[in-house]
Design a protein around this ligand. Sequence first.
Ligand code: ADP
Ligand code: ADP
Ligand code: MG
Length: 500
Amino acid sequence: MPEIRKLLVANRGEIALRILRSVREMGIRTVAIYSEADRDAPHVRFADEAYEIGPPPSSESYLLGDKIIQLCLQHGVDAIHPGYGFLSENATFARRVREAGIVFVGPSAESMKIMGDKLSGKQAVKAYGVPLVPGLDEAITDLREARKVAQEIGYPVMIKASAGGGGKGIRIVHEDADFEPQMERAVSEAIKSFGDGAVFIEKYIAAPRHIEIQVLADTHGNVVHLFERECSVQRRHQKVVEEAPSSVLTPEVRQAMGEAACNVARACDYVNAGTVEFLVDEDLSFYFLEMNTRLQVEHPVTEMITGIDIVQEQIHIAQGKPLSFKQEDLRINGHAIEARVYAEDPRNNFLPDIGMLHVYRTPKGTGIRVDDGLIEGMEIPIYYDPMIAKLIVHAETRDAAREKMVRAIQEYLIVGVETTLPFCRFVMRHEAFASGNFDTHFVAKHYRPELLDENFDAEEAMIAALVADLAYNGDIHHIVHSEEAHPRSDLSAWRLNRRR
Ligand code: ADP
Ligand code: ADP
Ligand code: MG
């Protein structure tokens, strides 16, 4: 059994800090790495040891696998946690880490390779009777042949890059006349973004929900699932609001999806934590989409409803320990919702916003968790994902969790950049979300920037501002009244965050 005494987190931002915290609780020495842009970042200050690894661009820092391995050997590090993004789904990196005698907190390189490619993933799970989205399960290059396949599947169809991820490399084709140009574009984009031009065609499910299952598998053959996460509120095919449990699954469907997810894990001999993504249609039929072989951004909602620290479980598993619980020991406790706080402008097509966190105050109170990786006064680096934080709430019921989220967003004070917070509050209060009657088209169907201001009560905003002012020792006053020092956009960000 490999004992871990010193662990390096090969990541940055909120996830690096979140992992380091759980690692320290286990009595393991913590090591951070950082780029020149992250010298003062909280994850660097938190760790027992921290090493600078290169210039800001990730290709010259956080993606330098061999350099990170060398650093580990030099400083007696015996395990690496890759977090999400960066090297987390890089099978070659996982293999090299292990070849260097270092524990990789994650699955085998082989499992990663199978599931890292959407097509080989589909092929692997087919034998286990897991339902797939109708369509091709192999790559296609011939334009005419591809068009024929699309006609057979029936429009609309989706062209997907097999190596795609993070919502990138996806194209919807509505009619036959558009097919060939879209296909050509899809292939060239896939080559450019993923270095792999393999694409395939899937039926476009008209109004699906994205529901995924968290799995844990140990080295002793035990596989369990930690129920589902509903992630249908997306922009650009990427999640912004997630919750657990889903408001639509019946106990029967939940169990069937859980079992299917465990089978997906078995299909690739999976070990460690992973996520099996499904599309679910109106009659609750579910279809396997892909498996993410890493810790997922939205894992906290699962931690809140199960009471399990998924990072600590990952480390136990990496140390060769058997899971300390069985499927029947697991229960869903209450309801959790996560809002991703991106430095993006919800009034301007969710375009990334840059700037400094002039004021940054997080909400507090029962059932509130904020996973963040920046502090007040810091510049948001332009080199990385623009996510500032994740705001997670937990309450007994879904309605109580929604109200708690609204209250927490009111209390969350960010001056300096536009964020997705006002959008997330809009989601909480929207009838479709409140009733549970929504799908992946929530944003397209229901959201318009003007709605952020609707029902905006000036008096209410003033009271909120006064409360904030008192609570935060009056320094807000200074900011609000010094338009010169702080351009208008700062003020509007401040105002927005106070609205309901
Ligand atoms: P999750 O899948 O955990 O819900 P995201 O889709 O937002 O979260 O992805 C998490 C992070 O990983 C983001 O920073 C995203 O840009 C990055 N990412 C995911 N897949 C890929 C990929 N195939 N290539 C590049 N980056 C990726
Ligand atoms: P990524 O690797 O970028 O996460 P996914 O295959 O998981 O790619 O798809 C991302 C999102 O795109 C899904 O959550 C869903 O909203 C949408 N999507 C993917 N495939 C389909 C499909 N066949 N029909 C309808 N929507 C889809
Ligand atoms: Mg996905």
